[in-house]
Ligand binder design. Sequence first.
Ligand SMILES: [Zn+2]
Ligand SMILES: [Zn+2]
Length: 119
Amino acid sequence: MNIGIRPLCVQCKVKPRAYGYKKGTKIYWRRLCDTCNRKKSHKKIGGITPLQRSGYKKRNKCELCGFKAQDSIQLDVLFVDGNLRNTNASNLKTVCANCQRLSSVRRLGWRVGDLQADD
Ligand SMILES: [Zn+2]
Ligand SMILES: [Zn+2]
């Protein structure tokens, strides 16, 4: 009984498949490796979001209403085109929690690249 052979992930074909379950002496592997499984369920990989990887630094005030934050926790990063993977500088805006909420109920007039960075 050879349980040493571990099939490769059907998606990336690089990493070995994740462990599924064992039935008697036979091991059943999952179709995907751990990384692909995680990607599939849209979980963060390695705890780093594309935004963190981009190195984007929040400004100290809201770019919409001009609210000056006392603490950066009051500010969020808004993805202008709604695509959380688009970390292009022109797609990222610092907005306060109020504006962040508003942006989810009404479309902002912003288009990607509308505003110029001032630093
Ligand atoms: Zn994989
Ligand atoms: Zn605001």
